[in-house]
Design a protein. Structure first.
Length: 296
């Protein structure tokens, strides 16, 4: 029976639960899709589309695209039932979402894959994506501490530092998106101006030697979490002050933990481990289609 692609519905929920029950069984972690699926269905509209591959009236694949900006689309949640893998359903879903995103005006599309997810890495390449960057998370503990360097909430200075940073180059100009969890988009001066007013933008040093920006507080595994879109810095001393400033900022919010996105380079990872403490064990990879219109 040939598969069809259609918009996801609430009555697909049981199929989605079955499909995702063994996705990462060897990693001792549950898939997040069942927790967000109903919200995805409810939120479908001009800026978000969730599709399923249907075989015989059952959803056996799922994927979603989200418009992060006028030109940037994010693809996520790609899953295919274990009994239907290797049949091209992932590429079929991606092709439909690429057309949807291109028709909506997006010119570039991106996605994220855990570095240990070999099937996901292969699927991304098969769907036409190319790997463009990688990152890790650092988790400094919230604490009432004082950095050695001067700390300011200064978006203009942060923007100038970001533009000349090797971290920006390593990340291809991307940072954690302020609207969509687990998505990355281009960090702009306008975004920093807004975050300075609504959240926090941190620079360290009289002559800036590092910057970070907070995008939101959220709940994860029962803990209140402060998320920082990116952290970049010049050297070990700057890293120490930057992560101390993040710890202090998080403490003022009363959160339990933090998550800071950093470039996956030997320098950044090593210095973050020294200055910031807990660094995620594995990197995450970001894939990109540079011109969706060519594939739509």
């Amino acid at each position: 029976m040939s598969p069809t692609v259609r918009t996801a519905r609430h009555d697909d929920y049981d199929d989605i639960v079955d499909m995702t029950s063994d996705v990462w069984a060897d990693r001792a972690m549950a898939d997040y899709i069942p927790d967000v699926f109903r919200d995805w269905v409810d939120d479908d509209g001009a800026a978000r589309k969730t599709l399923v591959a249907d075989v015989g009236g059952h959803a056996v694949g799922i994927a979603q695209a989200v418009l992060l900006t006028e030109t940037e689309a994010w693809f996520q949640g790609m899953r295919v039932d274990s009994e239907h893998r290797g049949k091209g359903l992932g590429s079929l879903l991606t092709d439909h979402l690429i057309k949807w995103a291109a028709d909506a005006g997006a010119s570039v599309g991106r996605s994220m894959v855990f570095s240990w997810n070999e099937a996901g890495l292969g699927q991304s390449l098969a769907a036409g994506f190319e790997a463009v960057t990688s990152f890790r998370w650092v988790h400094p503990d919230p604490a009432d501490v004082t950095p050695e360097m001067t700390v300011r909430n200064d978006p203009a200075t942060a923007w100038r530092y970001w533009q000349g940073s090797d971290g920006r180059d390593a990340l291809s100009g991307l940072a954690l998106d302020s609207g969509e969890s687990w998505a990355l988009s281009t960090l702009t001066q306008e975004t920093l101006d807004r975050l300075a007013a609504e959240q926090a933008v941190l620079t360290v040093g009289e002559k800036p030697q590092g910057m970070a920006c907070r995008v939101r507080t959220t709940e994860s595994d029962g803990e209140q979490l402060a998320e920082y879109a990116v952290g970049v810095w010049r050297d070990v001393a700057a890293a120490q002050s930057l992560f101390t400033a993040i710890a202090a900022d998080a403490a003022t919010l009363g959160v339990d933990a933090t998550r800071v996105l950093i470039p996956e380079t030997p320098r950044h990872v090593a210095q973050a481990a020294y200055a910031g403490g807990d660094v995620s064990e594995c990197p995450d990879y970001v894939f990109e289609i540079r011109d969706l219109r060519e594939l739509s």
